[in-house]
Design a protein around this ligand. Structure first.
Ligand code: SAM
Length: 276
């Protein structure tokens, strides 16, 4: 891919297209097709199985919104788990919270971690922090073997195909509930409401059956199909909408603000209808 236009197809009739200056690395890993490309508009970009995972120019939206919404909802998050997230972006944001003593990253594919460190240092550069433990393992199995351990869990997975299929099941959410402490909460990336409404509806239904507080929030991510991205929160005690103003402390962000924390839960009507 040099001087070519790359398209991530969302349906047979719609895709998102961008110009690629050059390919930096291509490899069929044990789990997926990994490509690192330099794009003309968005900087270096990680693709897995032909789908955009992250780009240097807009990654801050996704990573800030995955990390800070749950971490500011919990009054004292100390032990945090990221499932997937091998590019390291969520970990970088998690480490901005002084209460966090330990952050564990469990990604099934060590090659994602290796090549993110090489080609996306502004995203992956915090994976060697002493508070971080990196494990190359299946997140489903890690969750199945954890009990009463974590304050917050972030599921930063690929779409529900290939190795991530199990990460979108009710059994996984039940495992997450067991892996969380009694006042813990989790967030999972839940794709986009334009084309994946059924997935969002199913995830909400399953999470609602397990967690007393279940909410959906949105963010604008230009390199993801349709640009509108959804996240599901399941919480045992703390409501992300009930966070008081003095719970927020100053951290450096480019998208997340305390006002946006609440505004992100105000849903367009067609998205509200998905949840009914
Ligand atoms: N932010 C992206 C998005 O929404 O498209 C996803 C980021 S990408 C780093 C997701 C990661 O999930 C990949 O590195 C992939 O290896 C990992 N993954 C997929 N299935 C997994 C599993 N079962 N256990 C742990 N990690 C998994």
């Amino acid at each position: 891919m040099a001087g070519l236009w790359f398209t991530e197809k969302q349906t047979e009739n719609f895709g998102i297209t961008m110009k690629v200056n050059k390919t930096l690395h291509t490899e069929k890993t044990e789990y997926q097709m990994l490509e690192m490309v330099e794009t003309a508009e968005w900087g270096n970009m990680l693709l897995l199985d032909g789908m955009v995972m992250t780009s240097v120019k807009d990654e801050f939206v996704y990573h800030e919104m995955v990390a800070h919404v749950p971490l500011f909802t919990h009054p004292n998050p100390e032990n945090v788990l990221v499932v997937g997230g091998g590019d390291g972006g969520v970990i970088r944001e998690v480490l901005k919270h002084p209460s966090v003593k330990k952050a564990t990253l469990v990604d099934i594919d060590g090659k994602v971690i290796e090549y993110s460190k090489k080609f996306l240092p502004e995203i992956a550069g915090w994976l060697d922090d002493p508070r971080v433990e990196v494990r190359v393992a299946d997140g489903f199995m890690h969750i199945a073997n954890s009990e009463n351990e974590y304050d917050c869990i972030m599921v930063d997975s690929t779409e529900p195909i290939g190795p991530a299929v199990n990460l979108f099941t009710k059994g996984f959410y039940a495992g997450i509930s067991k892996a969380l402490k009694e006042d813990g909460l989790f967030v999972a990336q839940s794709d986009n409401p334009w084309f994946k409404g059924e997935l969002i509806r199913n995830v909400q239904r399953d999470v609602r059956e397990i967690f007393p507080i279940t909410r959906l929030y949105l963010a604008n991510i230009p390199t993801y199909p349709s640009g509108l991205w959804a996240f599901t929160i399941g919480s045992k005690v703390y409501d992300p909408l009930a966070v008081s103003d003095d719970s927020f402390h100053d951290i450096e962000t480019k998208y997340y603000t305390k006002e946006l924390h609440k505004a992100a839960f105000i849903l367009p009507k067609f998205v509200q209808e998905l949840l009914q």
